[in-house]
Design a protein around this ligand. Structure first.
Ligand SMILES: Cc1ncc(COP(=O)(O)O)c(C=O)c1O
Length: 412
């Protein structure tokens, strides 16, 4: 049980990110978060003590395999999956590409895949390319006024030939949380599967792939306080049925068969540093340590969500009130409706001018299309250089947000 009224101890959380400091307020976290010290320590200790071929009988080698396997097990638990259902790969873009390759044989010419015009290209381009094999690609398009994917629009697209629907849990531009469980129910009722990009969602809210009943789900760990790696979850029955991307003699090795390069050893071994970090936060804030890891992680995400909402609220107010500013997506900091990934435009200014103008204030924000180029095009924002994006995570502070508001107020 959560202790009543408990709030994230922000100083404690920040003490686990050695790269914080130097006076910079970092608001490009949707591009990549800092790594927790626990992840850095585990990378260092693996490379110091276990940088040998894993899986042999000698001490360093047996320990290397144990660390790698343990990390993979913990990542599956963090996602709410079974061990063996989560593959570690080098990036989400690569994992989607590998998945599309491994399951394209399930589809026949004329079958349909639905992708969106909201998403980062990672969960879109690889699927669109399957038109080379005769598949029909249909687009679930956003409402250009709200930047929302509407369920009524999806309903119109679902049909007898729909095989797969690919969408994001949270747009890295608009920041709104999509109802994955509801969308998945609709898609399953139409006899199709879902592949969900959870990259922008995972730094902010707990993952629960079984509860959502998704078929495939992806997240990138360098945006989740870890190293440059990605997780691909697939239901066991799907991974069994998928074609082998790996050497022929590894065809039965699930999930390794999807990944022809195999996992990066030192960084995979370091992934347990992510769950270490959540656990350290849990011990610091909650008394009940008998909960399962997934439940402890969920409680910690609860603290993060409340903190994010608290620090984001004045920022939303500022953007909404500031003349000439258009906030894209939901006009709220409500943690149920969005994460604090805020994209906006300023009338008469190119997007890249604003981050540049904030550099003297030691404020780091971003601009551009963030590889969601179709979204930026269809919102009509290409000619002004895309959007300006300020993205927060739980280690940002109220004081940093106040500085951001002050900085923006003086340059807009
Ligand atoms: C929403 C979203 N999906 C996918 C990706 C791609 O992730 P990766 O760099 O691991 O391929 C990104 C990266 O910015 C992203 O923001």
């Amino acid at each position: 049980m959560a202790e009543a009224g408990v709030q994230l101890d922000i100083d404690f959380a920040r003490s686990h990110f050695p790269a914080l400091g130097g006076g910079w307020a970092l608001f490009e976290n949707a591009g990549g978060t800092l790594a927790a010290d626990t992840v850095i320590a585990r990378t260092h200790s693996y490379m110091t003590e276990n940088f040998v071929q894993p899986g042999g009988g000698y001490d360093a080698s047996a320990e290397a395999a144990r660390r790698i396997n343990e990390s993979q097990r913990l990542m599956a638990e963090m996602m709410g999956a079974e061990p063996g259902e989560v593959m570690v790969g080098i990036s989400t873009g690569m994992n989607v590409f590998l998945l599309s390759h491994a399951i394209r044989g399930w589809f026949e010419p004329g079958d349909e895949i639905i992708v969106t015009n909201l998403d980062h290209e990672a969960n879109s381009g690889a699927w669109r390319r399957l038109d080379e094999f005769g598949l029909t690609i249909r687009e679930w398009r956003i409402n250009p006024e709200t930047a929302e994917l509407e369920l009524a629009e999806l309903k119109k697209l679902l049909g007898a030939r729909t095989r797969l629907v690919c969408f994001s849990h949270l747009s890295n531009i608009a920041g709104g949380i999509n109802d994955v469980a509801e969308i998945t129910r609709m898609v399953h009722a139409a006899g199709a599967l879902v592949c969900v990009d959870g990259v922008a969602y995972a730094p902010h809210r707990a993952l629960d792939v079984k509860a959502w009943d998704v078929d495939f789900y992806l997240c990138s760990l360098y945006k989740l306080y870890g190293p440059h790696l990605s997780l691909l979850y697939g239901k066991r029955e799907h991974l069994e049925r998928a074609a082998n991307n790996n050497h022929y003699f590894l065809a039965d090795d699930i999930p390794l068969k999807l990944n022809p390069s195999g996992p990066n050893h030192e960084l995979t071994a370091a992934l347990s540093g992510i769950t270490d970090y959540f656990d350290i936060l849990h011990r610091h804030h909650f008394r009940d340590s008998n909960l399962a890891l997934h439940d402890r992680i969920k409680q910690v995400y609860g603290l993060m969500a409340e903190h994010e909402e608290r620090i984001a609220a004045p920022f939303v107010e500022f953007l909404r009130a500031k003349k000439g500013v258009r906030l894209i997506g939901r006009q709220t900091a409500d943690k149920v409706l969005r994460a604090p990934t805020f994209s906006f435009t300023v009338a008469g200014r190119r997007a890249e001018e604003i981050p540049a103008a904030l550099l003297p204030f030691k404020l780091a924000i971003g601009s551009g299309d963030f590889y969601a180029a179709r979204c930026i095009r269809d919102l009509g924002l290409e000619s002004q250089g895309g959007v300006i994006r300020a993205s927060m995570v739980h280690y940002n502070t109220e004081a940093e947000v106040a500085r951001l508001i002050e900085g923006l107020d003086s340059v807009i």
